[in-house]
Design a protein around this ligand. Structure first.
Ligand code: ZN
Length: 123
């Protein structure tokens, strides 16, 4: 069973990259429809896939390849509520972005790491 799924790609204000990626994706034969949304930094595209999850996974891979081929390795493709966002993440060294253990003050990058770390206090 194949459906038409619509995927949004947001470029976090980078309208030039949005345009370049749109041109690149337009050349891919399997894209049914592609256009900029009313936001100048956002693309909407339609493809045939089994479901939105599969579609997002596929588009994510294509975007990653595009970024690597164009030496845009600092850019990340992140996914949030069925919208893909392309942008440069804040530096991990920027301590203000890190999570802190409220018990001992240890700094961690992710919620997951924090949960694992917190458990060490209960032993
Ligand atoms: Zn701690």
């Amino acid at each position: 069973m194949v459906n038409v799924v619509e995927i949004l790609i947001n470029f976090a204000g980078d309208v030039f990259l949005a345009k370049a990626v749109k041109d690149y994706l337009s050349s891919k034969g399997f894209i049914l429809d592609i256009h900029m949304t009313s936001n100048k930094d956002e693309i909407s595209l339609s493809i045939q896939e089994i479901n939105i999850r599969k579609g997002i996974k596929l588009v994510k891979e294509i975007l990653r390849n595009y970024l690597d081929e164009h030496n845009l390795t600092k850019y990340n493709v992140t996914e949030f509520e069925n919208i893909l966002t392309i942008g440069i993440p804040k530096e991990i060294e920027d301590i203000s972005n890190l999570l802190m253990c409220e018990i001992c003050g240890w700094r961690l990058n992710t919620e997951e790491e924090l949960l694992v770390h917190r458990r060490t206090h209960w032993i």
